[in-house]
Ligand binder design. Structure first.
Ligand code: NI
Length: 154
């Protein structure tokens, strides 16, 4: 278990598309642990593998129900869009208004490699769409419009 440095915008790893996870093994489990440690330390509500420099389709998130993991997530259905404020640990100090579907259905694998389908709405739907963007090399700066800069506190 380790907290790893969070890659920031400008790092090429954040721009490249991720490869699907094919093997459930110890190195994947270590990656998941590191991602969770890094996310909780930040703190953040979601983290995608490229944010710690790994180009694999792995997402962790915690929207108040404990740690959740999705491998190779894919949006297979989505509802209407709504604009909302969004930030990113890889783009510090920036907040943007971004349109996201308020409801999505996602297909992927859980950390044991079993197929799962999950539905998300509201905030958790936004978090998942944001993290899935990361797996496609997309950052918030490529979406929506900037909101006035927040005071950055340390
Ligand atoms: Ni992000």
């Amino acid at each position: 278990m380790a907290i790893r440095p969070i890659r920031k915008m400008g790092d090429p790893v954040l721009k490249s598309k991720c490869s699907p996870v094919k093997t459930i093994d110890e190195s994947l489990e270590r990656l998941i642990q590191d991602m969770a440690d890094t996310m909780y330390d930040a703190p953040g509500v979601g983290l995608a593998a490229p944010q710690i420099g790994v180009n694999k389709k792995v997402v962790v998130y915690d929207v108040g129900e404990g740690l959740q993991v999705l491998l190779n997530p894919e949006i297979i259905e989505e509802g209407e869009e709504e604009e909302g404020a969004e930030g990113c640990l890889s783009v510090p100090g920036e907040e943007r208004a971004i349109k996201r579907a308020t409801w999505i259905k996602v297909r992927g694998l859980n950390r044991r490699g079993e197929k799962v389908e999950k539905e998300f709405s509201g905030f958790s739907a936004r978090v998942l769409q944001h993290e899935i963007d990361h797996l496609q090399g997309k950052l918030i700066v490529q979406r929506g419009r900037p909101l006035p800069k927040k005071e950055i506190e340390d």
